[in-house]
Design a protein around this ligand. Sequence first.
Ligand code: ADP
Ligand code: MG
Length: 301
Amino acid sequence: MSKPFLSIERLTQQFSDGSGGTLTVFENASFGIEKGEFVCILGHSGCGKSTIMNILAGLAEPTSGVVKMDGKEVSGPSLDRGVVFQNYSLLPWLSALKNVTFGVKARYPNWSKDKVEAHAREFLAKVGLEGDVIHRKPSQLSGGMRQRVSIARAFANQPKLLLLDEPFGALDALTRGTIQDELLKVWGETEQTVFMITHDIDESILLADRILLMTNGPLARVAESVEITLPRPRTRTEIVEHPNYYAIRNHLVQFLGKRSKELAGQKMDAEDLRPETVRIDVAGESDASKDSSPALRAVNH
Ligand SMILES: Nc1ncnc2c1ncn2[C@@H]1O[C@H](COP(=O)(O)OP(=O)(O)O)[C@@H](O)[C@H]1O
Ligand SMILES: [Mg+2]
């Protein structure tokens, strides 16, 4: 089997626990992400999601293990990996437009000023920001608009991998919904690879091709990789009508409510802990023509 686009191999992270001991956040975690995939990682607060993301971004070094992108080991930050954090992290002294052109200029130093600006405007428009509003500074924008600028900025740089750490955590439900739709649209148009942290089950079902489920820490692990067997394009009103929707949702709710705790803190004696693939396809089960799909795991919660 060929190596995936992004491969996380035996990643271990330990920190000092502040009283002379060590805290093992996770140990020997291994998983892969294919090019163009949208993968969400779901887990309770403190299990180590941001730690994984910071390592993928090259902003932190793991205690041991490696991350390879396109076969090359990740070390240090790079324009090939774009990051969006919950708190927007825009440059406050620059307008929305300049916040985007700033990165585009760095990414494409040979482009003319006009080309850079047209490109930035195109990506701002994709997230619904057009007209005078793009000349405002972050302090003059609502939280939702600021997060749109962050997303436009990240996509405009066309990184090979886009990392999103709970990007909608601070937004109200309505704004969140709109920006999720915009994110799906931009992702659909650009075919970028996205790795997104969230603690919102519905958000992850709407967006992801696959959801990685993490057990609680310490000694957390990526226990399952749940395929989201819902056709695209997806809309939040349509997916709830699909027979697979509630089966998948129940599985995720059960995991986060129960199994994430039951499986927590178990020291596993494996050098390479890979998540179990879970495919829930109630709709496909009765369809004999689809018997080539992988074995289904029973969901009898
Ligand atoms: N730099 C650090 N030093 C010590 N402990 C840390 C550090 N960063 C994170 N941790 C600890 O590692 C665990 C995982 O943190 P984090 O990755 O932020 O979790 P999540 O993003 O899933 O909420 C937590 O117990 C946190 O306190
Ligand atoms: Mg976090």
